[in-house]
Design a protein around this ligand. Structure first.
Ligand SMILES: C[S@@+](CC[C@H](N)C(=O)[O-])C[C@H]1O[C@@H](n2cnc3c(N)ncnc32)[C@H](O)[C@@H]1O
Length: 439
């Protein structure tokens, strides 16, 4: 038994099947599952396991379409592991630079590890057939919008409706691998100094055009390779997310509320950039809030941490107003699909209306906490207007003491209210920001 377990945990393809099962059958997020699953693997096997999971989830609607065509009849629910193994094989043949014969034999071998020797012939036959007929299948799938875009139909429709001119570019960007971007801790080093430190380690990077502390790496690196990472000299954060601290324009002595703070990327940046009297970092998820504590400890910074629901301030607010509120709202994450391809499978069409209601409830609940003359920065990593400018239009209509402060910036594009960045615009994640002033 122990031998069998060991064998499973050492085989990247078998481990990938297990992780995909957690994501697709149990609705767990990939980023939550991956770290623990990789722990048991030798270093050189981790990269392959990660690539197999990200790649298969990135292209899942396309791979499912292909498998549906290649199988005479669907596999039984109890054989979901074999189904996932077949998808994994198709992903490797379509997208990875591994010799096809090795892909087929290594993938077929996993049927033994899964204790399903009967599936050997099936996996072997369908992968070999795909390999023989690959170009015909590629032309056939180009005619199916879901398979071709590798996006679920509901999401594709929302994107097409919201972005009639840009949806193809959005879909394409969502299917790309994201860059790794760092935020240099300006309390410890200037961006130029850190760039030099990276270069001395043989790590190539370029300054981000809009985020003043950002450096995008030419190739992703393990954080342990980054100079001074453990002592807080840099953090991993996309350039779009780094715009929040600049927009919030926190001044010395202000009281700041970061209302949905975990894991604390923006909290840390606010504290690196300014000397507020206090930052209250709130999150409803206690476990995620623990990550804010860890991240701030690494940066040598501190905030007041509260595990509470932003929608019910009566339970936690001490009555002292805030001059700044950042609401980095729970959202569809439709702007960061390139970083979290599992969103394509985990989100459902019905989630959007639920999220829009939650965002409106939190906005209304937090508004009384803002001091007159103060500013609320609303942010999402979404490209859907329902969660962004339409949300803000309804908010402004409900609150006569709220006024938009137009963002004058060289990044993204002006929306009816606020500013929208589409995925991969200037290399950034898809993001939305709106500044609302209280009269
Ligand atoms: C987009 S993430 C925040 C990312 C974070 N601002 C950062 O930069 O690292 C949204 C967060 O909202 C939290 N959240 C969702 N509903 C909430 C609520 N009702 N009250 C407080 N936090 C909530 C989630 O737990 C999640 O951590």
């Amino acid at each position: 038994m122990a031998k069998q377990k060991n064998k499973v945990s050492n085989n990247p393809r078998a481990v990938a099947v297990g992780i995909l099962q957690q994501v697709l059958a149990q609705g767990q997020s990939l980023s939550a599952q991956l770290p623990e699953a990789l722990e048991g693997l030798a270093l050189e096997r981790r990269a392959l396991t990660q690539e197999l999971c990200y790649g298969t989830l990135r292209w899942l609607p396309r791979l499912e379409w292909l498998l549906g065509q290649l199988l005479d009849k669907p596999l039984k629910a109890k054989d979901q592991d074999v189904h996932l193994l077949a998808l994994l094989g198709l992903y490797q043949l379509g997208f990875m630079q591994i010799p096809p014969h090795a892909i087929v034999s290594e993938t077929v071998a996993v049927t033994t590890t899964l204790n399903k020797p009967w599936a050997r012939g099936l996996i072997n036959a369908l992968l070999r057939r795909y390999q023989r007929e690959q170009s015909a299948w590629e032309s056939a799938l180009a005619k199916d919008p879901v398979a071709h875009s590798a996006h679920p139909a509901w999401l594709l429709q929302l994107l097409q409706r919201a972005w009639p001119k840009d949806w193809e570019a959005i879909v394409q960007a969502n299917n790309q691998r994201p860059p790794m971007t760092l935020r240099v801790n300006r309390r410890q080093a200037s961006r130029d100094d850190y760039l030099q430190q990276l270069q001395q380690q043989g790590i190539a990077a370029t300054a981000t055009p809009h985020a003043p502390d950002g450096l995008t790496l030419a190739r992703p690196q393990g954080i342990e390779q980054l100079p001074g990472f453990a002592s807080g000299r840099a953090s991993v954060q996309d350039a779009a997310a780094q715009l929040a601290a600049t927009l919030l324009a926190t001044e010395a002595g202000m009281r700041v509320l970061d209302a949905c703070a975990a894991p604390g990327g923006k909290t840390g940046h606010i504290l690196e950039c300014s000397d507020p009297a206090e930052v209250v970092a709130l999150d409803v998820d206690e476990q995620r809030l623990a990550r804010v504590a860890q991240n701030l400890a690494r940066l040598g910074l501190s905030a007041t941490l509260l595990s509470a629901d932003a929608a019910t301030p009566s339970a936690w607010w001490d009555g002292k107003p805030f001059e700044r509120i950042l609401l980095d709202a729970p959202c569809s994450a439709s702007g960061v699909i390139r970083r979290h391809p599992d969103i394509k499978s985990l989100r459902r069409a019905g989630d959007i209306a639920t999220l829009v209601t939650l965002q409106a409830t939190i906005l209304d609940a937090l508004w009384p906490l803002l001091a007159p003359g103060g500013m609320l920065l609303y942010a999402t990593c979404s490209v859907l207007p329902e969660e962004n400018h339409q949300q803000l239009a309804s908010f402004l209509a409900r609150h006569s003491d709220a006024q938009e402060q137009v963002i004058d910036a060289a990044w993204g594009q002006a929306a009816a209210i606020g500013r929208q960045i589409l995925p991969n615009q200037d290399g950034m994640d898809g993001f939305y920001y709106a500044c609302i002033r209280k009269q």
